[in-house]
Design a protein around this ligand. Structure first.
Ligand SMILES: O=C(O)CCC(=O)C(=O)O
Ligand SMILES: [Fe+2]
Length: 352
């Protein structure tokens, strides 16, 4: 048996494998019993979560929402859903329509010529939904250094909805180059509204000057934060993300800020090697997770997405009927259908 199989992280991933009864012992679920769980400790945010004036809606339902750190994972900070329902709908739209389009890249770019619109918009536009998107030639694919999957799907033109099912990630801002394993400089601007949201979080989690108790494990001054690179991950109910460390950024002192929308999942946070026993956490729609300080170097992954867990204000076809988003999204039922069966994760990093 290869060594990797036996690590504590790998064993935990197997405990949450889909299709078997999950092992809920010791799972940290802040929505269920935060105070009762010894593995977590409540902390006070040092600054208010303030909606940036440039954004078209109220993002946060509280200025100082409860926040938590984990006893065994210094620097990992969790804010259970601080967002208004309207803000979650706005974020979902951003991640589905604005982010996965050129010049940002997606996992499908190696196989299909990316259209100017997002696949979600094409798949839900009654006039455009049946158009086919051209696949790349075998020569293009060989040049791009990716292995052509065995599936026949990747060798013929695809409909927007069939491609949307296989859209797994898009990159934001500086684009990660999988060949050189570095970021390409100045490749595309980071969405300004998303950046201002991420900055608002970075500021709120900053430790106050001179505080003697480094309670959050975050030493970084959030006023210096800027989202330079990021990823939007799209998970269907079967998707997982294997344990890894995000360490390609030149400097790792700034927090990595990560948001969840849609289905809940089990998230594993471990240590700097796979041999550290990870702690399983349930992440729900709207939860904010910040990997600060030493947790920035920690193994983490998503072994399980939990079906039937999307909140009604996202999965109900006429959600938001009474708020400002009605005008923005008259066709919410398309989003509702997607979000009922997917989890979206959007994360931002400062690299320099
Ligand atoms: O989906 C998540 O919560 C984790 C995503 C992640 O670790 C990454 O994109 O590097
Ligand atoms: Fe990651």
């Amino acid at each position: 048996m290869p060594q990797a199989i036996q690590t504590a992280f790998r064993k935990a991933e197997k405990r949450y494998k889909r299709g078997q009864p999950p092992d809920w012992d010791n799972v940290v679920d802040l929505a269920a019993a935060a105070a009762a769980n010894e593995a977590v400790r409540g902390i006070q945010l040092s600054y208010d979560l303030e909606t940036p004036a440039t954004l078209p809606l109220q993002l946060f339902s509280q200025r100082r929402p409860p926040a938590y750190v984990l006893r065994d994972h210094p620097g990992l900070l969790l804010i259970p859903n601080p967002f208004t329902d309207e803000a979650q709908r706005w974020l979902a739209r951003k991640c589905l329509c604005d982010c996965p389009r050129p010049p940002n890249r997606t996992n499908l770019d190696a196989f299909f010529s990316p259209p100017p619109e997002s696949l979600f918009e094409l798949a839900t536009d009654t006039e455009k939904c049946s158009q086919l998107i051209a696949n790349r030639t075998q020569a293009d694919i060989q040049q791009s250094d990716v292995t052509l999957p065995k599936e026949k799907f990747y060798t013929q033109p695809g409909s927007p909805s069939s491609l949307l099912e296989r859209q797994r990630w898009c990159t934001l801002g500086l684009q990660y180059n999988w060949t050189t394993k570095e970021y390409d400089r100045g490749s595309s601007p980071f969405d300004q509204e998303l950046d201002s949201l991420m900055r608002a979080i970075a500021i709120a989690i900053t430790r106050p000057d001179g505080a003697s108790d480094p309670s959050s494990g975050n030493e970084y001054n959030g006023n210096l934060f800027a989202s330079e690179a990021g990823i939007v991950n799209y998970y269907d109910e079967r998707a997982t993300m294997a344990g890894h460390v995000d360490k390609t950024e030149e400097k790792m002192d700034a927090p990595l800020i990560s948001l969840s929308i849609g289905l809940s999942c089990v998230y594993l946070i471990g240590g700097t090697t796979r041999d550290t026993e990870p702690t399983p956490i349930v992440l729900h729609s709207g939860d904010v997770l910040a990997m600060c300080g030493e947790s920035r170097m920690a193994y983490h992954g998503v072994p399980l997405v939990l079906a039937d867990t999307t909140p009604k204000f996202l999965s109900c076809p006429n959600a938001g009927i009474n708020d400002n988003t009605t005008a923005m999204y008259p066709e919410w039922h398309y989003f509702a259908e997607y979000l009922a069966h997917h989890r979206i994760n959007c994360n931002a990093r400062k690299c320099s």
